[in-house]
Design a protein around this ligand. Sequence first.
Ligand SMILES: Nc1ncnc2c1ncn2[C@@H]1O[C@H](COP(=O)(O)OP(=O)(O)OP(=O)(O)O)[C@@H](O)[C@H]1O
Ligand SMILES: [Mg+2]
Length: 338
Amino acid sequence: MDDKVKQFQKDFPGVYFIYPTADSIGTYLKSIEYFQAGEHIISLDKPGEGNMNFVIRVITNQRRFILKQARPWVEKYPHIPAPIERNAIESAFYSTISGNALLLKHSPHIIYHDPASFIILMTDLGESSDYLNLYERGKTIEQDQLNSITNYLTQLHKISPAAFPDNWQMRLLNQEHIFKFPFRKDNGFDLNQVQQGLAPVALKYIQNKPLVDRITALGDLYLEHGDVLCHGDFYPGCWLNTTDGLKIIDPEFSFPGFREFDLGMMVGHLIMALQPHESIDQVISAYKEVAPISIELVFQIAGVSILRRILGVAQLPLPLSLHEKEVVMDQAVQWITS
Ligand SMILES: Nc1ncnc2c1ncn2[C@@H]1O[C@H](COP(=O)(O)OP(=O)(O)OP(=O)(O)O)[C@@H](O)[C@H]1O
Ligand SMILES: [Mg+2]
């Protein structure tokens, strides 16, 4: 990690590299003249789980907020490079949606954006839990919460992305991990380490050429310039349950895309979380009342979202047996290839 920091300082001279210490963060905040008179840090805290970025809760004697810094690598796996502009994308996303009262209500606000240091300061949403526990057996999401999430999505997709950045580098990264890497025979990722016996099961999908060709075509579609603002990573890890209701965070993969991308990803995750079919039907019906969609495309994206999460590196806490994974993946294949 020391080498990475040295490289960072060489590549970005004069840019603050934030350490999780009151000294480091205090020095930075003073340098941008953010501190008010008499303000100092009381404590620092990890607000929740994350992989990509450096994220910390800062509590001062006067207020509290979240500091998020992007580095040119994945924070948890520093050997994996990651596009540093993701932090500017996140800021652009929140500013683009700020004219919509409903979206605003469900989002943190950017307090300060420092593009030179790849840092954003955000309002603290307080103690919260994401929806990753939905994958646990027997957990079902309440219909009114699902309605709020769907409602957020329909409102988001009303926003024109005409002036929104392409987010090209992050999309290329996502395209690789959603549509390519999991289906490459020689990708070097040992699925038996995830679950004994998963590697031989995976072969059935990886060797299915019509399936892989169709997924490749969907990956090309993902890179096309679309006409709605997509969140880009619309899954339970980005939905927060707070004391002030539902919040949607982490739009670093947002891009001008197509409705079915976000909606399909949402549906795919509800299916992996074994949510009742009626709930999923309800989500799709509610969305359809607001805007036309291709149901086939929704389920194709849902299918790819399922396959990439079971076969790719971005694993979820799925308690499913091998057989259950196979059943859900077979269903995904039907949707993608029919
Ligand atoms: N504004 C906020 N207020 C309160 N908690 C937050 C806020 N932003 C993020 N968190 C918490 O910190 C966690 C990590 O944040 P975030 O998802 O933005 O980081 P990330 O590094 O982009 O994560 P990932 O690797 O999942 O993409 C979130 O899951 C959430 O629990
Ligand atoms: Mg993220």
